[in-house]
Design a protein around this ligand. Structure first.
Ligand code: AMP
Length: 569
């Protein structure tokens, strides 16, 4: 306990001269702490100073409370030893000083935290803006580069697909569309995939998946890109998260086939223009002495005396280095493929420009156009010949259509035995010879569409979305199983005689939306309908099985081939 308390008051700048003095009653009985009230007599002041006088060696305060009209002010006290009183001078106000400095520290801390938060926000915003600018700039550079590089193909493409592309190109003018052919069968899926909720965030990986892009960009520069590999087999790991390229048969396509011989170009006689492709024009030519260049297994009509009719694909003379490399790559691929249902490369003219590849001539052009001009022969037409259908259209039997599908399945069976993924199987990429002979073609086009540029321009490639499996569109996975999916669509085209595009009632957005449904697997996905002439068994057991969500549950080309053959029996 203290012996005496003297309380001084200050109003204005001076301490008042009459302090309140208080002497508590001495209590020598109770040993415990107690409340002691010092009556201050209702004095008013802006500051108060209390001096406590020792009554013994120690005095201990736990708390001092000032009770005023409405407010209670607390302050903590520390024990003081006798002989060391607090050094307070009249005019000092320690309580206020402590309060002031605490408040200042608090405010300082808050300001610092706010400043740090603002700085973080500014840095994040700046980074985003900067990234966008970089992205735009690099895209512009790539676009320019691609435009320049592939300008040659552009012209060839655009005229090749002029009839089909005019509608598409009139509605849109992106650089990529100027580079690649824009027939209605090819679309740019990444823009559309962005609308799927699951893929709204990470649009850049769409088209090709992150994992596939990783494949394409990892590895050394000299390693083939996933999309560039001539022969690939994407193998899924057990957890389904990674893929690896199997190098099986890789060297099968390295280098040119030694048996691919140079043909003397002066022995080619131009007959007519057959069409225009990716690299330039395709001409029908007479090739004198071509018989000497033919393999024994190849049966092409003609005799040693009369010149053979061949298709000659020529690289445009003003083609740049990349187009030239692509052309040579297609030659390399085709020179190794030997199957009755794959268009055969017969010889090349590569010693001098313009580069030419000479392939067997397929009299009836591409399968899409061929089927468009046919009409299905039904029971009522039995008495009519194949040439006298309505609207002047030739007629074709269902069995002939299945026969065509069998040939495509057979060609694909051969490609799958080499682990070769075509990636663009469709009727437009098959050619028709005499007697409904069908051969798969257009290896160059699929390669070019999906090669490194596909990744470098971050999913802005145009793709045949209506023929593509859900995993090719959403995850960028191209495998034999995705070729099987495309075969299902090709079979549907054949059995509908290419009278309409697959999912013709759906817009491109809706096709991608439907792809999302395949991915979600909630039973909301829409399948191509059963063509009228298609038996239930072929539709349910074969066509629908090609579009199974689980790629591993889709049939192999071997199984498809057998099933189709059985359905004919
Ligand atoms: P491509 O460059 O392979 O896309 O060919 C362009 C067009 O030329 C095709 O759509 C066919 O109409 C035609 N064509 C290409 N190769 C042949 C061939 N071997 N026989 C007949 N026509 C062909």
């Amino acid at each position: 306990m203290f012996r005496q308390a003297s309380c001084y008051f200050r109003s204005g700048s001076d301490w008042e001269s009459d302090p309140v003095t208080f002497r508590p009653t001495v209590d020598r009985v109770s040993q415990s702490a107690r409340f002691v009230t010092v009556p201050l007599g209702d004095r008013t002041a802006s500051a108060i100073k209390c001096r406590f006088h020792f009554s013994d060696l120690w005095m201990l305060f736990s708390e001092v409370a000032f009770q005023s009209g409405s407010a209670v002010y607390n302050t903590s006290m520390t024990p003081r030893k006798h002989g060391h009183p607090t050094n307070t001078l009249p005019g000092d106000d320690p309580t206020h000083k402590v309060d002031d400095s605490n408040t200042r520290i608090l405010i300082g801390c808050l300001v610092a935290i706010i400043a740090i938060l603002l700085a973080i926000i500014v840095i994040i915003l700046w980074r985003q803006v900067w990234q966008k600018m970089l992205e735009k700039a690099s895209r512009r550079i790539l676009d320019d580069e691609l435009t320049a590089r592939l300008a040659v193909q552009t012209q060839a493409f655009s005229s090749h697909h002029s009839s089909l592309s005019s509608e598409a190109s009139s509605t849109t003018n992106s650089t990529y569309e100027r580079i690649f052919p824009l027939c209605a069968d090819y679309q740019e899926p990444s823009r559309l995939i962005r609308k799927l909720p699951e893929f709204a965030q990470s649009t850049e990986h769409l088209g090709p998946s992150t994992s596939c892009r990783a494949l394409a960009t990892s590895g050394s520069d000299s390693a083939p890109h996933y999309a560039e590999a001539d022969i690939i087999s994407l193998q899924e790991s057990s957890d389904g998260s990674t893929y690896s390229i199997t190098a099986v048969n890789m060297n099968l396509f390295a280098g040119t086939d030694s048996s691919m011989r140079e043909f003397p170009r002066q022995k080619l006689t131009f007959k007519e223009k057959l069409g225009e492709g990716q690299f330039g024009e395709v001409h029908l030519c007479e090739a004198e002495g071509m018989q000497d260049f033919l393999d024994e297994d190849l049966s092409i009509e003609g005799n040693n005396e009369s010149p053979l009719l061949v298709a000659v694909k020529t690289l445009r003379e003003d083609a740049n280095k990349n187009a030239r490399n692509d052309f040579l790559k297609e030659i390399r691929i085709m020179s190794r493929l030997r199957d009755p249902n794959i268009v055969r490369l017969l010889a090349v003219c590569v010693d001098t420009d313009p580069l030419c590849m000479i392939t067997e001539y397929m009299e009836n052009g591409d399968l899409n156009q061929f089927l468009c001009n046919l009409r299905l022969k039904e029971a009522a037409d039995e008495d009519k010949t194949e040439q006298e259908g309505k609207e002047g259209k030739s007629m074709v039997r269902y069995s002939k259509l299945i026969g065509m599908a069998v040939q495509i399945a057979s060609g694909m069976k051969y490609l799958s035995s080499l682990n070769f993924v075509h990636r663009d199987l469709a009727t437009r990429n098959c050619l028709v010879g005499k007697n409904y002979t069908i051969k798969i073609a257009d290896f160059g086009m699929s390669r070019n569409l999906y090669r490194g540029d596909y990744y470098r321009i971050q999913g802005r490639a145009v793709l045949p979305i209506r023929w593509m499996s859900w995993e090719s569109i959403l995850l960028g996975k191209f495998t034999m199983a995705s070729d099987v999916w495309a075969f299902g669509v090709t079979l549907w085209e054949i059995l509908t005689l290419c009278k309409e595009q697959p999912y013709s009632q759906l817009s491109d957005e809706q096709v991608i939306e439907n792809t999302g449904e395949f991915f979600r697997d909630q039973g909301k996905q829409v399948y191509l309908p059963k063509p009228p002439c298609c038996p239930d068994r072929v539709y349910n057991d074969l066509m629908l099985s090609c579009w199974r969500r689980n790629a591993k549950q889709r049939p192999s080309f071997q199984e498809i081939h057998t099933q189709l053959m059985d359905s004919l029996a």
